[in-house]
Design a binder for this molecule. Sequence first.
Ligand SMILES: *Cc1c(COP(=O)(O)O)cnc(C)c1O
Length: 504
Amino acid sequence: MSDATADDFRTAARATADLVADYLDALPGRPVWQPMDPAGRAALLDAPLPARGRPLGALLEEIENRVMPAPMGNGHPRFFGWVNSAPAPAGVLATLAAAAMNPSSAGGDHADVHLERAVVRWMAELVGFPHPPGGGILTSGTSMATILCLAAARNRAARLAGCDLREQGLAGLPPLVGYATAESHSCVRKAVELLGLGSRNLRTVATDPDGRLDVAALRAAVAEDRAAGRLPFLVVASAGTVGTGAVDPFEPIADLCAAEGLWLHVDGAYGAFGVLDPAIAHRYAGMARADSLALDPHKWLGVPVDCGCALVRHPEELRGTFSLVPSYLRDEAAGELGWFSEYGMEQTRPFRSLKVWATIAHRGRAGISADIARCTALARRLGELVEADPRLELLAPVETSIVAFRYRPAGADERLLDAVNRELPAAVQRRGRAFVTGAVHRGREMLRACLLNSATTEADLVALLDEVRSAAADLTDHQLPAPGRPGATRTSDGDFYRQVTGDS
Ligand SMILES: *Cc1c(COP(=O)(O)O)cnc(C)c1O
């Protein structure tokens, strides 16, 4: 601890605890998010490399004054953006303790390694996935978990085709083809590209009108690829799409994968934990039949970022893909399962398991299930509020805890609606009272509100919709006639469209 004495550290640690507690206390009363003021932004961007050090207390002051006033906004009960949750308090505390221990959780006989084995098993138990010993690993997030799972799927397919892919690479194999819907997360395509499979070999399978994978279309696509001499090997299904929260029909997909010898990977990053809500658990039937499941404790569980998790049915597929033990890492005591670093890309690995352990241990299975059920119930309520307002339109059924909707005043044409709804999320965000993000769904600009925070209330939902309507009114204000003001002219939808899109 270089120049800080043990007493300096203790004093600063206590001050840190107060700072963090004050921050979390004050959060709900603050704007959800605000653009940073230019001076504050510049102070961070242009911070000079310090020539000399400063005491811990001075650093804390700077964190308090320069960093903590400008949060992303997740953490606030009226943050509905993307899939970013509030941090679980137990997870925040555990992060500090984990950093103090600072192990590399690659392997060995220390607490963090054994704790990771336990919390990975807890993940599997929470979502009802089979868990053979060694059947999972914590990762930075689902993007990395997806790379691990798809790499294992690829290597199995190559092996079954008589090729040792680790030695020979992909050359000599027919094109390996995977299947996913247009609703699947971009990390799937990134993984396919990175693994050298080529994004053109990731088929886009049609969906039903609610965004769920169309199994007949999948069957037809597999047959067509086989007939053309290609090698179908992978289906990626979603346990909660990022756009609308749709859950794919796992049973028929798993049947098809079993019949065709395809690896079934489920992306449960956001939504897998929805299975804990008895009201929607039935939608997840068959998820446990997957070969691999990626999920994100750093989303719905609120484990502080970063923490994803890959679960696999056959641990040896993962280990066979990544295990490489150089002589300087030999560990006779590692036991049958070996090291975590044999199951993924990371060698030096952070102590993620403590914050997962703390988050789950604090709430328990019952508390977590109640939090999840509260979010899905609030989401359904938000869906009702949207449907009850003639200026708003619900664009997809509320399946999990994402509500996909748009502003749609009577009589507006589609071009105008797209222009307004594209601008709307940023306009709502700038107002600071609620935070919502947008996406394109089935060709239409929309807003999507994701509910992950069990501190959110129905009043927060009402506030969100008030903000959406007010921001939309601001955006379209100039084109409405001011009542009773002669001479006020109504500009056309086209004028507004040009104004917000820059088209001329
Ligand atoms: C967030 C998300 C991902 C990517 O996970 P990261 O943890 O951000 O790497 C993949 N799929 C879905 C459905 C997600 O919500």
